[in-house]
Design a protein around this ligand. Structure first.
Ligand SMILES: Nc1ncnc2c1ncn2[C@@H]1O[C@H](COP(=O)(O)OP(=O)(O)OP(=O)(O)O)[C@@H](O)[C@H]1O
Length: 242
């Protein structure tokens, strides 16, 4: 099986900012001390994802799931280690990311499609389908700064699925969609899975991920503590045995 995502010995540290008084800053400068408090969000994480696998990134709040997804999508770079992906990667990670607020929905479809590697001709050919799937026809010529978070999600999800990605990364954002749209997204995700696309999903909806995903990777305070069957990892999170 071809490897589509290769995460190798990855660590990511963030600097936490604090408000300091001028005096504290001056003393630190004179003594040559760094006031930056750093936080290790991911520590030595390694795994590979093969073509056609559906992987859930699991863990409690702050365990590093979104950071890991951002690293895979290329939005963030690791401090240590390397990440390699193969084929077109479409990430639905932050609501509204990749959209320009002053452009209309229509213009943003072209912008987003281009970011996802589609040619102008491909976007034009899929444009009507993209808009129909999103169900925001009436607002397609409105500037997206007036969109609700659900409308952003609708358009972003629709462009991403029509960009024909080999690897699809989805963070919690489906949660901002209303129930009928969430159901429609899940149907589409299931058909991507059936087509053999590679999926990595972050969600706190444990029943959904256990049903949808083959494999679960469990993070605890930035460390990978389990990598097995999604149902088994979900059971472990719920304290139902290892
Ligand atoms: N840009 C940043 N600067 C500083 N700290 C950050 C930054 N991004 C994330 N963190 C910290 O890294 C840790 C992991 O965050 P992350 O969003 O990856 O967790 P998560 O597992 O997705 O959590 P949740 O379930 O709450 O969404 C958190 O403690 C968070 O505060």
């Amino acid at each position: 099986m071809t490897t589509y995502i290769d995460v190798s010995d990855v660590s990511k540290r963030f600097t936490l900012r604090h408000n300091r008084s001028l005096k504290e800053l001056a003393v630190a400068a004179i003594r040559g001390r760094d006031l930056g408090d750093t936080f290790l969000a991911l520590e030595d994480v390694s795994f590979e994802v093969s073509e056609g696998e559906t992987v859930a990134l699991l863990g409690f709040n702050g365990s590093g799931k979104s950071t890991l997804l951002k690293l895979i999508s290329g939005v963030l770079k690791p401090d240590v280690g390397s990440i390699r992906t193969r084929g077109r990667v479409a990430g639905l990670i932050e609501v509204g990311a990749g959209f320009h607020p002053d452009l209309t929905g229509r213009e943003n479809v072209y912008l987003n499609g281009a970011i996802l590697g589609m040619t102008e001709a491909q976007i034009s050919a899929s444009f009507d389908d993209i808009v129909a799937f999103s169900e925001i026809e009436r607002f397609i010529d409105t500037e997206v700064k007036f969109y609700s978070s659900g409308m952003f999600l609708r358009l972003a999800f629709s462009v991403a699925v029509h960009s024909d990605p080999e690897v699809f990364l989805i963070d919690e954002i489906l949660a901002v969609g209303d129930e009928p749209f969430q159901r429609k997204c899940l149907d589409r995700i299931r058909s991507l899975k059936a087509e053999g696309r590679t999926l990595v999903i972050v969600s706190h909806d444990l029943d959904m991920v256990a049903k949808l995903c083959d494999r679960g990777i469990l993070l605890e305070r930035g460390k990978m503590v389990d990598d097995s069957d999604a149902t088994a990892v979900v059971a472990r999170m719920r304290g139902e045995g290892a």
